[in-house]
Design a protein around this ligand. Structure first.
Ligand SMILES: [Zn+2]
Ligand SMILES: [Zn+2]
Length: 142
């Protein structure tokens, strides 16, 4: 948790971009990652460097892919974000605000609290945007 909280929202977006770009089997190229994030390539290289350091992505000759650790962490972050959004939106917080708060607090919440939240919400399958909430471990869903 401690190490992971050093990653910013942009790093998570960068992991998301690598994930999407490499989904077809080819690794993600720096220029495509940069384009997806709407930044210049040197900035993308900086993000990717930090993510490699943390063991979240690995660089091959043709580009970057998520590591096992990176995909687990991305999954955890998306899950936490969407569950928090569901909670806040359910409490009447406007969706945009719920999304913003979930970004800033997401990394503070430990696995146990996320699982408790998921049970409390009766294991929702989508967030208020209608995007899928990834499953936790196998104990999570009834
Ligand atoms: Zn959101
Ligand atoms: Zn959402």
């Amino acid at each position: 948790m401690r190490q992971i909280s050093l990653l910013t929202k942009r790093h998570y977006e960068c992991m998301g971009a690598v994930y999407e770009l490499s989904a077809g089997g080819w690794p993600a190229r720096v220029k495509d990652v940069a384009k997806k994030l709407n930044v210049r390539p040197p900035t993308a290289v900086e993000f990717l460097g930090k993510l490699s350091q943390e063991g979240m992505v690995e660089k091959g000759p043709a580009g970057y892919r998520l590591t096992k650790k990176g995909s687990i962490e991305l999954n955890r972050a998306i899950r936490t974000h969407r569950l928090m959004e569901t909670l806040l939106a359910g409490a009447g917080v406007p969706l945009e605000e719920a999304c913003r708060i979930s970004f800033s607090l997401g990394s503070e919440i430990g696995t146990e609290a996320v699982e408790a939240l998921c049970s409390h919400l009766s294991h929702p399958v989508t967030c208020p945007h209608g995007r899928p909430i990834p499953a936790g471990d196998e104990f999570d869903r009834p």
